[in-house]
Design a protein around this ligand. Structure first.
Ligand code: 6GU
Length: 249
């Protein structure tokens, strides 16, 4: 996977993604990250990339030409027109199924806007996907593109080791992850649940599934509508719901 990030702040991207699991995958050559400074494509003698909005109003607008120049260089380099993701609070809200779909691409371009946005004409010309990372407003598209690159990379083959593998985590089966414990067996008077010390693998598995169901009911009940549960697990969920309501005043 090769990520191409078009931004006015390339150091933010390379600095933010250079460590930990993503940094290791770059060293191994499994993923590649090129952060391009849109300012390098300014055709203005002062290297300006923004101007006042036609029609008036607050703030500045990023001009079409430098953005298009940066994009065209990517197309020239890779030899085809890739998906171009524009990070905007007006986009479709990013989720795990988008992660898994985007992880199949060979190249992805992330276009990061600033100021009051980017001239609409270049967006019409190059953008294939408008994506938001949630319903709040950030100052630019850099943090959202880093969030997306982190999440997508976890699904690029070879990025995670077997142990780190994505298969058994939150949102698998639409259930949240069960709680984890490590040594010591007692900390501040709190003991690790005894079943985890028992070595009885079937009981541990059952306990973890039940904890996942309980945690999902408490924290993200809307996910349970799409969760895949066995008959016994459905009964367990019904029991939890009854208990929950019986505790309310
Ligand atoms: Cl993708 N961009 C900006 N500027 N703000 C956001 C966002 C994106 N997603 C949520 N808020």
């Amino acid at each position: 996977m090769h990520y191409h990030v078009l931004t006015l702040f390339p150091e933010m991207i390379t600095g933010g993604l250079g460590t930990s699991i993503i940094g290791r995958a770059m060293e191994q050559g499994i993923i590649e990250l090129t952060a391009t400074n849109i300012r390098d494509y300014s055709t203005n003698k002062h290297m300006k990339v923004d101007d006042y909005p036609y029609g008036g109003g607050a703030g500045m607008v990023m001009q079409a030409e430098p953005v298009y120049g940066a994009y065209c260089d990517v197309v020239k380099k890779i030899g085809y027109k890739p998906r171009v993701i524009y990070l905007t609070p007006q986009g479709k809200v990013f989720n795990q199924s988008m992660v898994e779909e985007l992880a199949k691409e060979k190249d992805l371009v992330f276009l990061c806007g600033h100021y009051e946005g980017i001239d609409e004409r270049v967006l019409e010309e190059i953008v294939t996907d408008y994506v938001s990372i949630g319903d709040y407003v950030l100052t630019g598209g850099e943090l959202p593109s880093m969030v997306m690159i982190d999440a997508i990379s976890r699904f690029v083959p070879g990025v995670l080791s077997n142990e780190e593998s994505a298969q058994f985590e939150s949102f698998q089966d639409n259930l949240l992850e069960y709680p984890q414990y490590s040594r010591p067996a007692e900390w501040m008077g709190k003991r690790v649940p005894e079943v985890l010390l028992s070595g009885h693998h079937a009981n541990i598995e059952k306990w973890r599934r039940e904890q996942s169901i309980q945690r999902t009911l408490e924290r993200r009940p809307e996910l349970l509508e799409n969760a895949v549960l066995s008959k016994k697990e459905k009964n367990y969920l019904e029991k939890l719901k009854k208990e929950k309501y019986s505790h309310e005043c």
